[in-house]
Design a protein around this ligand. Structure first.
Ligand code: ATP
Length: 407
């Protein structure tokens, strides 16, 4: 029987990582059980990036195990959470155990909306899902119910508890990025390295991509250059799928969408920009690097909706800027070549020199630019779908799980 375990909210802002709890749990499981009992990859699921109480990237993990007794799954998860979580401050670990994982509506809701704890508990009681712990059960449940049928990506996370983190030669990252892109992505942004988190968590590096073979090649080359015991795990994820923008709820702390003519552009504190679109203030942070938003005459923007002074403010995450510059001129007189002038009557022009009255149309010069507003690599949110992934949707399913998915 397949039993699904979900875990969330096990870390503090500067310590730990829920994925490390999963890594250690699976290593423990594999000590006595065969690899075939682990269904596909464990899942690393990013949820609503706008929930106010997330620590960092609002991640929750889950895995399907082939075991006969769900109580065994609960015991295993409890052991891992006790041993590897950091229960300080607002951390509120939660574990769920479920024999079904196809209530996908829960995932879509958790991705695009805020779910009160008692609502999640009501759902779990109805569905016969076992749960234990605090607020983390919301994310844990959503991770179990994740819908990765149409699109998903992979991320290999390499772990070490060494501090400071071992440094990785940037030239090697560049070289591997060039040789594996686009089947790995978001490794670098110009000279800025994106694969190594800077916090106190146990992640040495993370390689994201659509092909497990390219990811493992990348990771094994890096491992051979740094002096840590090789330990890693590949996750199936909803990262870089854009799933969070698939449903627009237009409520506080959810993804919002605004489209319309730009009424006003203001420079605000710190060089950030406020653009007024159809009476909605759209804020674009300078460090996001949106290039054309201050010149936009028409804006299509999506991002996080937060309560503002009068209504909801949109904190832009991406979109399109349309820059329209139109000019209208009178043509020259076709008889004598001098400039035609208005007659005061619509559709008629006259020549001041030879007196010709003509219905010649005005000369329209219409220039427009349609520009994609993508955040800088260093500012990209986990769920944001990068351009390089367009056309690769569903590719992950083409590859079997390779033997080095966990070491
Ligand atoms: P990290 O990225 O380091 O794992 P985090 O940003 O994932 O940290 P958590 O510590 O997991 O932050 O805390 C997020 C909390 O928000 C969890 O308790 C989770 O259950 C809850 N949560 C996630 N999504 C929603 C949602 N849509 N509605 C309500 N609660 C949610």
């Amino acid at each position: 029987m397949i039993t699904w375990i979900g875990i969330d909210d096990t870390d503090t802002y500067d310590k730990g990582c829920t994925t490390y709890v999963m890594y250690n749990m699976l290593k423990e499981f594999l000590k006595t059980r065969g690899e075939w009992r682990i269904i596909n990859y464990p899942r690393l699921i990013r949820l609503n990036p706008n929930v106010p109480f997330k620590t960092r990237g609002n991640a929750a993990v889950s895995v399907g195990l082939n075991i006969d007794d769900p109580r065994e799954a609960l015991e295993l998860a409890e052991w891992a959470v006790d041993a590897f979580s950091h229960k300080v401050g607002k951390t509120s670990p939660g574990i769920v155990v479920s024999t079904s994982n196809n209530e996908h509506w829960i995932y879509w809701k958790a991705l695009t909306d805020v779910i009160p704890l008692n609502t999640a508990i009501r759902w779990m009681n109805k569905l016969g899902v076992i749960y234990k712990g605090g607020r983390g059960v919301i994310g844990a449940l959503a991770s179990v119910m994740a819908d990765l049928n149409l699109d998903s990506t992979l991320e290999l996370l390499a772990y070490s508890e060494l501090t400071p983190k071992p440094s990785i030669p940037i030239n090697l990252i560049k070289k591997l990025n060039d040789s594996t892109s686009p089947l790995t992505f978001e490794n670098m942004d110009d000279e800025y390295v994106l694969i190594q988190p800077h916090g106190n968590d146990p992640v040495v590096f993370g390689i994201r991509g659509d092909s497990p073979h390219h990811i493992i090649h990348f990771a094994s080359m890096l491992m051979s250059e740094i002096d840590v015991e090789p330990r890693w795990l590949i996750y199936l994820t909803n990262q870089a799928t854009g799933h969070h923008v698939s449903s627009i709820v237009n409520k506080p702390y959810t993804i919002g969408y605004v489209e319309g003519s730009v009424n006003d552009v203001k420079l605000v504190e710190g060089g950030n920009i406020e653009v007024n679109v159809n009476s909605t203030p759209v804020f674009s942070y300078r460090h996001y690097g949106f290039k054309s938003i201050d010149k936009a005459t028409y804006l299509i923007a999506y991002g996080g909706f937060k309560p503002g002074i009068n209504n909801l403010d949109l904190y832009m995450e991406g979109g399109f800027a349309l820059i329209i510059k139109g000019t209208v001129k009178n043509p020259k007189c076709p008889r004598c070549g001098s400039g035609l002038e208005s007659t005061g009557r619509v559709g008629l022009l006259k020549c001041p020199k030879c007196g010709l009255i003509t219905g010649l149309p005005k000369l329209m010069n219409y220039a427009s630019e349609f520009l994609l507003e993508e955040p800088r690599g260093s500012e990209v949110r986990h769920l944001h779908k990068p351009i390089v992934r367009v056309g690769l949707e569903g590719l992950v399913k083409a590859f079997n799980r390779p033997s080095l998915w966990i070491i």
